[in-house]
Design a protein around this ligand. Structure first.
Ligand SMILES: N=CN[C@@H](CCC(=O)O)C(=O)O
Ligand SMILES: [Zn+2]
Length: 394
């Protein structure tokens, strides 16, 4: 079996045992065998290997885990963005524009967009990326969105309940019946998760509960778009259903925070329901950012993700989200980097990614910088020198 040594690492973020919350090890090396981390330790004691990458004293960290992205769509909404920057408010209404373009697109067009965005993200250090449907909103279009997503990721999410499409606008109960019936049946073979946009103008709490419960009964894990545009019941619904993650969390009451904190595991490893924060959406809708500090201080596990989509957050950059979280959301650089790696893994209930410890997938990033701190300290600078996916240099 061929082995690869990543050697001469100045600062290794393991998210395991080591210095501080990031489990940092200095002057370290990582041995990779069969796509997995086989050994982590001091460079001076590194075992021999067939091949070697010299990190040249740079920082190495686990690849980013982007646990929230909408990549299957056609067209863009640059004009809507421009209108917002001129003072208009985001309401979610633009989703229907993308639904129209997506339905009209060929499979190959959708596939090309997914691959382009996944490639962009990979070059920025993202080694695991969740992909949602949600711009098809017919049985056939949701199924093909997920089929195409599954060509690129195992973390696929059925979001047939993104909005009620125009043709069902005056009979939302019928649309919920479609989502829970034939659409779920066609989507479930290609999906691991189910998600609902639980918000005024999208799905109310009763519809959201019904849809998530059907998905759960079909074997899908639960995630919720919750409390993005205003206060609401989404976060508490997610907790009630044992969601892996409630996403956005921009408008939280004390009860919402307490409900999330109440999902803490007995082993002290964090909360069962993760709060996934999506600062790209607040950036692009010029909205107040979520208060990460409040969640962290209450003991809630926090993840950061891009929410890459053509409406509210057309970025695939996890380093950008890390920088926003530090500058705008009260997170320390260490908290933000943890949330973008190990936090994302928790939000996907994965323990093989987001960490660099023996047995983990060898998904890692070599920075063009001596420390992870530079991700927030040098915003907008391309700091990803090299990415290894499953132990393979990209
Ligand atoms: N909020 C719902 N869904 C997306 C936005 C989708 C769109 O506007 O196209 C989000 O997570 O921000
Ligand atoms: Zn989203």
């Amino acid at each position: 079996m061929s082995s690869l040594l990543v050697d001469n690492i100045g600062e290794l973020v393991t998210n395991g045992v080591g210095e501080g919350p990031l489990g940092i090890r200095r002057r370290a090396a990582v041995l990779i065998e069969a796509g997995r981390v086989a050994w982590v330790g001091p460079a001076a004691y590194a075992p021999a290997a067939d091949r070697r990458i010299d990190a040249g004293g740079a920082a190495v960290l686990p690849g980013f885990v982007d646990s929230h992205a909408h990549l299957v769509f056609a067209g863009d909404r640059a004009a809507e963005f421009a209108a917002r920057m001129a003072g208009e408010r985001y309401t979610g209404g633009g989703i229907r524009t993308t639904v129209g373009a997506t339905r009209a697109a060929s499979d190959d067009d959708l596939r090309a967009t997914v691959r382009r965005l996944r490639g962009e993200a990979l070059r920025q250090g993202t080694t695991t990326m969740e992909i949602k449907s949600g711009y098809g909103l017919t049985v056939a279009d949701e199924a093909r969105s997920l089929r195409i997503a599954a060509e690129t990721s195992t973390e696929t999410t059925f979001l047939g309940a993104h909005v009620v499409p125009a043709e069902y606008a005056d009979r939302p109960d019928d649309y919920v019946g479609l989502v829970c019936g034939p659409m779920l049946a066609a989507a479930a073979p290609h999906a691991k998760w189910i998600d609902v946009f639980c918000e005024r103008g999208a799905f109310d709490v009763d519809h959201a509960r019904a849809i998530l419960a059907c998905g759960q009964a079909a074997g899908l894990g639960v995630r919720v778009h919750a409390n993005q545009l205003g206060p609401g019941p989404g976060v508490q619904l997610g907790v009630e259903l044992g969601a892996a993650s409630v996403d956005h969390c921009t408008h939280l009451s004390d009860d919402d925070v307490a409900a999330l904190a109440g999902t803490a595991s007995d082993d002290g490893s964090g909360t069962r329901t993760v709060a996934t924060l999506l600062p790209g959406a607040e950036f692009s809708t010029r909205s107040p950012y979520p208060d990460a500090r409040r969640l962290l201080d209450a003991g809630v596990t926090v993840a950061l993700a891009t929410d890459c989509n053509p409406g509210t957050s057309y970025t695939s950059s996890m380093p950008f989200c890390v920088a926003l979280a530090v500058r705008e959301m009260g997170m320390t650089p260490a908290e933000a980097v943890w949330a973008a790696t190990a936090g994302g893994a928790r939000a996907l209930r994965r323990d093989d990614v987001g960490v660099l410890t023996a047995g983990a997938r060898a998904d890692l990033v070599v920075l063009d910088a001596p420390s992870y701190l530079h991700l927030a300290y040098r915003p907008g600078v391309p700091l990803i020198r090299q990415v290894l996916l499953n132990g393979v240099p990209q």
